[in-house]
Each structure stands twice: as structure tokens, then as C-alpha cells.
Write a protein that binds this ligand. Structure first.
Ligand SMILES: Nc1nc2c(ncn2[C@@H]2O[C@H](COP(=O)(O)OP(=O)(O)OP(=O)(O)O)[C@@H](O)[C@H]2O)c(=O)[nH]1
Ligand SMILES: [Mg+2]
Length: 317
């Protein structure tokens, strides 16, 4: 299983040098000079950190040094965690007759893999999940989900290529009920957020699910590819307009050098970040945890120990 620390190494490398220079001065009780602060701000932006947050972090360090000596590590850590807000774990509620989760996103964002990982988590939590392949666009898409269902060891309903995605989603809920499953996770075809007819199809899928169970889908989760950085925030806004999202899953956090966009998602969009993908394996989906995320960005093994000394693991050049 991939750790947060490993998964965030590419983003961390973006600003590790600048951070190390700030910390080494802070450790010696020296004032951090303007050039170092400017460098830190610029490198945070390279990692797609929101502009306001990068400026705020810089200002905090600057003003902190005007007063008593402060621990720059601790200060940055606290501000970053606070800016991510609360992230309560998804409770996997028991719903009568079954909980349904619709998974949406652009092409290749990581939807199918995420659906499988979610089914594995649900199973671990003692639930009986069913995977529904409403990606009827490509034969390979449905086949991929069927193979995953065998690996996970759960039920699956796979639509024929070219079939109506809304009808397949309905069938999946009906099959889940008939087979005694209590969670249905519905995968959909990748769609560009800029293509109106494709976005409208999502409405059709939702209405079809609601015909089976009046309040279905209970969750609509958008899977974002973390490699896209701030562009993922634009996608999230547009998907949220087309279908009322109830949460976000950030896939491929491990491949991203721009994970700073996660702060924008949390601050500006106010959508719960439910899970993050830290690798390709079935077990590489972790509940989003602000402290683990920030600790990994700063180079700490999580949980961070407040007593950690000057060599707490931030890469130094
Ligand atoms: N490293 C890494 N790779 C991931 C993660 N999630 C998905 N992938 C990979 O990303 C690629 C695309 O994943 P899919 O799940 O097929 O994406 P999709 O959104 O279903 O794609 P379409 O159905 O074609 O739109 C695959 O090679 C996955 O193994 C992750 O968290 N980390
Ligand atoms: Mg897919």
C-alpha cells in the first residue's frame, strides 16, 4: 500500500528546497529574509496552491518573525490544515433498500478504478456492494469493471456496448436489490465537462435511478485526476452545475506535482473530499485526511510528532 508521504513526493519536491531554507533559518532563530519568502511563495504556486493561501502563508511567516521567535513548521502546518476544513469520514449509511453512489468525471480521470476501490472498501466495512457499469460507450470500459468485480469479489451488472446508460443504471439498482446487495456503485462513461449533450445524459441517468428508488442516487461523486491541478477545480465547478455533486474523489494524487489545488477545492468549492487515490492498487484509496495530507506535503511521517526536531524529514538540498 502506498503511503501519503510517498504519494505526495512529486508535489513536495516543488517547494521542498524553499521550505528547507525557511526552516533552517527558523531553527536557528534567524529572521527569514524577503528573498526566501518570495521564493517560497513562488514555489507554492508552482504546486498549484491557491494564490491567496500562498500569500497568506508567506504573510504569516513574515509577521510571525516580527514578534517572538516562532516555529515556522508548526505555523505552516496549522494554517494549511485549518484551511482544508473538517473532513469527516464517509459513514457508509445504511439506506433502505440500498445506498447508491453515482460516479462521474472526465475521460481517464480514474472513475472505474475508483469504483472498484470503493466496492472493496464497502466490502471491508461489512457491506454487500454491487458494481454497475453504465459506461456503455466502450466495450473495454464495462469489461474492465467486470474484471474488477471478480478481484473485489462482489456482484456486477454490466451494460451492453451502445446500451442506454440510464437503463443500465436502473437495471443495476434492480439487480442489487434482487441479489440482496446494500450498496450500488455506478460507474459512468468519461465525459468532457464542456460537452453539453454528455452532461445532460447525467441528468437522465439520475432520473432513471430515482425511478427505482425515489431518493437515488444518494451520492454523486466526481473523480478528479490530481495531475490536472487547478484545471480540476474548473471541472468540479462545471460538473457541479450539471449534476449536484455530494463529494469528490481525488484520484492519482501519487502522480501529481500539483496537489496544491486540493486547497482550492476545499476552500472555494465547499464540497467534501471523500477519498484520495494514492496508487493503482485496490487498497490504495484512503479517506481524505487533512493532517495526513499536510504532513506529507511538509515531509513528515503522519501522525506528526509535535516534538519532532529540526531533522523531521523535510528534504534539504
Ligand atoms: N497511480 C495511480 N493511478 C491511478 C489511480 N486511479 C486510477 N489510476 C490509473 O489511471 C488510469 C485510468 O483509470 P480508469 O479508472 O480506467 O479511468 P476512467 O475514468 O474510468 O477512464 P474512462 O472510463 O476511459 O473515462 C488507469 O491506468 C488506472 O490504473 C490512482 O489513484 N493512482
Ligand atoms: Mg472507466
Amino acid at each position: 500500500m502506498v503511503t501519503w508521504l510517498n504519494a505526495l513526493s512529486r508535489t513536495r519536491k516543488q517547494f521542498a528546497g524553499a521550505l528547507a531554507r525557511v526552516f533552517s533559518r527558523s531553527d536557528k532563530g534567524e529572521k527569514v529574509d524577503q528573498d526566501t519568502l518570495d521564493e517560497l511563495e513562488a514555489t507554492l504556486l508552482l504546486a498549484d496552491m491557491p494564490v491567496r493561501l500562498a500569500a497568506e502563508l508567506k504573510d504569516e511567516i513574515e509577521s510571525g518573525y516580527k514578534g517572538l521567535r516562532v516555529d515556522a513548521r508548526d505555523m505552516l502546518r496549522k494554517i494549511m490544515i485549518k484551511s482544508l476544513g473538517d473532513a469527516p469520514a464517509y459513514p457508509w449509511p445504511v439506506v433502505d433498500p440500498l445506498l447508491s453512489i453515482l460516479v462521474v468525471g472526465i475521460n481517464g480521470s480514474g472513475k472505474t478504478t475508483t469504483c472498484a476501490k470503493l466496492a472493496a472498501l464497502a466490502k471491508q466495512a461489512g457491506r454487500r456492494p454491487l458494481l454497475g457499469a453504465a459506461d456503455t460507450f466502450r466495450a473495454a470500459g464495462s469489461e474492465q469493471l467486470r474484471i474488477w468485480s471478480e478481484r473485489v469479489g462482489c456482484e456486477a451488472v454490466v451494460g451492453r456496448t451502445g446500451a442506454d446508460a440510464a437503463a443500465v443504471a436502473f437495471d443495476a439498482l434492480a439487480a442489487a436489490r434482487a441479489r440482496g446487495c446494500d450498496v450500488a456503485i455506478i460507474d459512468t462513461a468519461g465525459r468532457m465537462h464542456t460537452k453539453q449533450p454528455l452532461m445532460e445524459e447525467l441528468g437522465k441517468v439520475r432520473r432513471s435511478m430515482a425511478k427505482h428508488t425515489p431518493d437515488a442516487p444518494h451520492e454523486i461523486w466526481l473523480v478528479l485526476d490530481a495531475a490536472l491541478g487547478q484545471n480540476a477545480v474548473v471541472q468540479a465547478r462545471m460538473f457541479n452545475e450539471a449534476a449536484p455533486l455530494t463529494g469528490v474523489v481525488i484520484a492519482k494524487l501519487d502522480g501529481s506535482a500539483k496537489a496544491g489545488f486540493v486547497f482550492s477545492l476545499a476552500r472555494d468549492l465547499k464540497l467534501p473530499i471523500r477519498y484520495v487515490g494514492l496508487g493503482e492498487g485496490m487498497a490504495d484509496l484512503a479517506p481524505f485526511d487533512p493532517a495526513s495530507f499536510v504532513d506529507a506535503l511538509l515531509g513528515y511521517e503522519s501522525p506528526y510528532k509535535e516534538t519532532a526536531g529540526a531533522d523531521a524529514g523535510v528534504e534539504r538540498r
